[in-house]
Structure formats: structure tokens, C-alpha cells
Design a protein around this ligand. Structure first.
Ligand SMILES: NC(=O)C1=CN([C@@H]2O[C@H](COP(=O)(O)OP(=O)(O)OC[C@H]3O[C@@H](n4cnc5c(N)ncnc54)[C@H](OP(=O)(O)O)[C@@H]3O)[C@@H](O)[C@H]2O)C=CC1
Ligand SMILES: O=C(CO)COP(=O)(O)O
Ligand SMILES: [Zn+2]
Length: 353
């Protein structure tokens, strides 16, 4: 008997382009959302986008509440929940980078309220996905969460964000290559659930981004367009799979472990990019695609070495040798690398000297 079923949760409206910030109120109307919005933001995104969005609501006769969070913590989630209850909000609007959007996402899950994602930085694919990531104990990886009802990504705002946030978003997409390699490996060895559609979409997203790498330059609004479209597509791949598997393999384990060892280290996308160079080497050896991945990262100004990440060599080795333990996710790291092997891959790929 056929017993499979699938339930894919996606944003209903995805609006990307120049000046679309002013469409937030129209999107809310299209979604038939009633009542009072609570804007969830952080300090810089507040000035850049949340205050203007609040003014757009006021001009439309809607009185928004606003809460500014500073940290990606469960205290912040709690604060948003309390504010939403006190202000009698009906839905949330996350305006900012990954921090503000993830806090809105986690709070909306708890409040059983819809939320909109209005990214001010194209820094990783969590700004679109149904995954939330707030550090808790030793956990750094994402967990299943509420997907946004809509995403409104204004390329004018995204293009003015610091360039390294955009290159981090690119590197998060480039890392999809190795994430899918790990996923296929785990399917062959451990029979893990696999979606051909999600894997193909994730790989194609990375390919399109790399093919358009020469359009990705600081100050070009088209760069924000190319990267944001890729982040949307990667988020959709995760929703189709109902897992972060299409976009997260051993390179993400490496980055999550760096976050534990070096909490104020580098940006998520930059770390997974460097991880991806090394795990591509582990998959393919000398002649594999690791050099293509390194060249793609270098071409968009993303770090390719530990020194460029600002992380010392010992921390890289410690992360490589221990990160297989942090989550039940089979990857090319298997049951772990020993120190000699970790030094070898990091040296051969030029990540450490
Ligand atoms: N859900 C998921 O799947 C994933 C979630 N994450 C999570 O996302 C977070 C990291 O996301 P990231 O976007 O890098 O971090 P932040 O949201 O902290 O943004 C990074 C920095 O950029 C600033 N900023 C944001 N937008 C602009 C802008 N337009 N102009 C100028 N400065 C701006 C922020 O300012 P300010 O300090 O004022 O906020 C902050 O200092 C972490 O909490 C991480 O756990 C990471 C990967 C995946
Ligand atoms: O960052 C992500 C995908 O790019 C989410 O992956 P994790 O589930 O490993 O946090
Ligand atoms: Zn990622």
C-alpha cells in the first residue's frame, strides 16, 4: 500500500526588487491580515527599514507596535512574545538580518501568529526558510520553525548593507554544493530521507549564482537581486525537503562548531564557505571540485582561509575533528576526523599554512 505524504509550507508572497519596502502594507492586505502588526527589528535595521515600514503602516491608517532586540537569544524571543501580548498584536513583521528575522520566526511559532520577513541583509538563506536558529545550550544549528507568510526583499536596501553581509549570503549558497554531496552520501550509506527535487533545486541555485558571479560586485543593486533570488530558492529547497539537508552538510557542522568555540568569530556564510572547500576536498580528493568552490568564493570576495576568517589554525582543527558530534547528521566526516587528517585537508586546501 502507498503510504507516503508530504506537506510543503512556503511563503505565499515573495516580493523582490527596487523600492519594494513600500509594498509591505499591500502584501499585508493581500494576505488578508487584520489587526495590529508588531515590527521586530534590531538597532541598525530599525533606522534603515523598520521606521520607514512603520511610517507606511501609519499612512495606511494602521497603528504598528515596534520592538528592538539586540541579541539572538531566547530572552529576546521572550521579550517579543511579551510585547506582542501586551500590545495586542495580530501578526509579526521581522525587519533586519538573520537575528531579527529568526527572533520573529521563533516568537511567531510560539504565538501561533503569522509573520512577514523583511530582510535588510542578504546574509544567509534563513531569511526565507522555515528554519529558526537561536543558540540554546550547545545547540547552534537550526530547528523547524514557522515559515514566513511573505518575504519582502528591497534590493535598494540590501545593496546598501555592508558588502560582507552579501558575500556571506553568496557563500552560504555556494556551500549547497557540498551539502547536497553529503545528503546523497547519507542516503546511500544510511538510507536517510532524500528529495530529488530539493537536491536538484539546491544544486541549480548554487550553479546559477556561480554562473553570475561577475554580476556580484559591491555597490551594484543587481548583486543584491542575484543573491536574494538564490537565497529564496535555497529556502524553498529546504521547505520542499522539510529539512535543512539541501543547504546544510558537514560545512555547516564545521561552522556551528566554530560558533561554539569562537562565539564572536566570522559570519555564518563565510564560515560555511571555508568549510565547503575542505569538505569538497574530502569528497573528491585532489582533482575534485574543491578548487572550483575556492575560486568561486574568491571571485566574490568571500574568505577562503582561516586567516581571512580571523580564526586561528588550532580552532579550525578542533572544529574539524569534533563537529561530527554536534548533531545526528551523517556526512563525509563520518565518525570524525583525526588530527593528522584534519591538518592534511586544511593544509592541502590552503585553509591553514
Ligand atoms: N534560520 C537559519 O537557518 C539561520 C539563522 N542564522 C542566524 O542568523 C543570525 C546571523 O544573521 P546575520 O544576518 O549575519 O546577523 P545580524 O542580523 O546580526 O546582522 C549582522 C549585522 O549587520 C547589521 N545589519 C543588518 N542589516 C543591515 C543594513 N541594511 N545596513 C547596515 N547594517 C546592517 C546588524 O545590525 P544590528 O547589530 O543593529 O542588528 C548586525 O550588526 C544568527 O543569529 C544566526 O544564528 C544563521 C544561519 C541560518
Ligand atoms: O544555515 C542553514 C542553511 O544554509 C541552516 O542549516 P542548519 O540546519 O545546519 O543550521
Ligand atoms: Zn547556512
Amino acid at each position: 500500500m502507498f503510504e507516503k505524504s508530504t506537506w510543503i509550507r512556503l511563503p505565499r508572497n515573495v516580493v523582490v526588487g527596487h523600492g519594494v519596502r513600500s509594498s509591505v502594507v499591500e502584501v499585508v492586505d493581500d494576505l488578508h491580515l487584520q489587526g495590529r502588526p508588531l515590527l521586530v527589528t534590531s538597532p541598525t535595521p530599525r533606522k534603515v527599514a523598520a521606521d520607514p515600514v512603520a511610517a507606511d503602516f501609519e499612512a495606511a491608517g494602521i497603528d504598528p507596535a515596534i520592538v528592538t532586540i539586540e541579541t539572538a537569544t531566547f530572552d529576546s524571543v521572550e521579550r517579543v512574545i511579551e510585547t506582542a501580548e501586551a500590545e495586542e498584536a495580530s501578526y509579526l513583521v521581522g525587519v533586519g538580518g538573520g537575528k531579527a528575522i529568526d527572533i520573529a520566526k521563533m516568537a511567531s511559532d510560539h504565538l501561533e501568529m503569522g509573520f512577514l520577513s523583511v530582510p535588510t541583509a542578504a546574509s544567509h538563506d534563513g531569511i526565507v526558510s522555515n528554519r529558526g536558529s537561536v543558540p540554546e545550550g550547545d545547540t547552534r544549528h537550526s530547528v523547524a520553525a514557522e515559515p514566513p507568510l511573505a518575504v519582502v526583499a528591497d534590493t535598494e536596501i540590501l545593496a546598501e548593507a555592508p558588502w560582507e553581509l552579501t558575500t556571506a549570503g553568496c557563500a552560504d549558497i555556494i556551500s549547497n554544493y557540498t551539502a547536497v554531496m553529503d545528503w546523497r552520501l547519507a542516503t546511500r550509506l544510511k538510507d536517510v530521507e532524500y528529495s530529488e527535487y530539493a537536491a536538484a533545486l539546491s544544486e541549480m541555485t548554487a550553479e546559477i549564482l556561480v554562473d553570475n558571479a561577475d554580476l556580484i560586485r559591491p555597490g551594484l543593486e543587481e548583486s543584491a537581486w542575484v543573491v536574494t533570488k538564490a537565497l529564496m530558492s535555497s529556502g524553498v529547497a529546504m521547505s520542499i525537503a522539510d529539512s535543512s539537508r539541501p543547504a546544510s552538510g558537514a560545512e555547516h557542522l564545521f561552522s556551528h562548531q566554530l560558533d561554539r568555540l569562537e562565539p564572536n568569530g566570522a559570519l555564518h556564510g563565510h564560515q560555511v564557505g571555508v568549510g565547503s572547500i575542505m569538505t569538497a576536498y574530502l569528497h573528491g580528493g585532489e582533482d575534485g571540485v574543491w578548487q572550483d568552490i575556492r575560486a568561486a568564493l574568491a571571485s566574490i570576495d568571500a574568505p577562503t582561509t582561516a586567516a581571512e576568517l580571523g580564526i586561528d589554525d588550532e580552532t579550525v582543527i578542533e572544529a574539524l575533528t569534533t563537529c561530527h558530534e554536534i548533531r545526528d547528521r551523517y556526512t563525509i566526516l563520518g565518525d570524525g576526523m583525526n588530527e593528522r587528517a584534519a591538518h592534511e585537508v586544511a593544509r592541502k586546501t590552503g585553509v591553514i599554512d
